[in-house]
Design a protein. Structure first.
Length: 251
């Protein structure tokens, strides 16, 4: 039985691209895939600090760069078995009525247009292979509107709702080619960028009070889920959006 379970989660011989994998949640997921046996290429704007992986400097808003990344991954690995697209950005504390065009474009260009470019380019390669797994990182903000003044903006929430439907659309189109497409929606996580906020009990108390588990998640708590979704264990799963939010969206 143990050998069968190990086989289900074994990624040995698999290749993966992790977009946005240089830091934060993307870094944790890249570590998990590598730990399960996959060869990993990390694509990010800031790759200088990345050690131990193949890398590609990528601006996902530029389609030609995305296509070049796919070409490099195929040259290195021969094929692309797994894509994790965790690139994204947020602008907090601005009501919808005050959001200007430049800020709208900044969020939509990365969170939606860029993700579309990456999914599309990798999907074309996976169709040639007749196999693959695409995992997009959305957010619990795909199904709620975070509260201002320090919550994610309504535009960010709009973009993440779009990520979920983009995931479902690709899942529908790619199912005939033995390609699955799913999303993960994290809640509040203690990343290096947000660590100081969570360490200040006075600042974080209100947010923690709205999380049934009473605390933010840790990046390492995504590792088991990403390996499951990248492995043969999830072969009958496509078009899903999995919440990992400490119960925040229960209420």
């Amino acid at each position: 039985m143990n050998q069968e379970i190990n086989r289900l989660f074994d990624l040995a011989g698999k290749s993966a691209i992790v977009v946005g994998g240089a830091s934060g949640l993307g870094k944790a997921m890249a570590e998990a895939l590598s730990g399960a046996g996959a060869e990993v290429l990390i694509a990010d704007l800031n790759i200088e600090s990345v050690k131990g992986y193949e890398t590609f400097r990528l601006d996902i808003r530029i389609q030609s760069e995305v296509e070049a990344m796919v070409k490099k991954a195929v040259e290195i690995f021969g094929m692309i078995d797994i894509l994790v697209d965790s690139a994204g950005l947020s602008i907090t504390g601005i009501p919808m009525i005050d959001f200007d065009e430049s800020k709208w474009n900044k969020i939509i260009d990365v969170n939606m247009k860029g993700m579309f470019f990456v999914n599309q380019a990798v999907a074309k390669q996976m169709i040639k292979q007749q196999s693959g797994k695409i995992i997009n990182i959305a957010s619990m903000s795909s199904v709620i509107i975070n509260q201002n003044p320090y919550g994610s903006s309504g535009v960010y929430c709009t973009s993440k709702g779009g990520v979920v439907n983009l995931t479902k659309a690709f899942a529908s189109d790619l199912a005939p080619y033995n390609i699955t497409v799913n999303a993960i929606s994290p809640g509040y996580m203690r990343t290096p960028l947000s660590a100081s906020f969570w360490e200040n009990k006075e600042d974080s108390a209100e947010k923690c009070s709205k999380i049934p588990l009473g605390r933010p998640g840790e990046p390492d708590e995504l590792k088991g889920l990403i390996v499951y979704m990248a492995s043969d264990s999830s072969n009958y799963m496509t078009g899903s959006n999995v919440m990992i939010d400490g119960g925040y969206t229960i209420w």
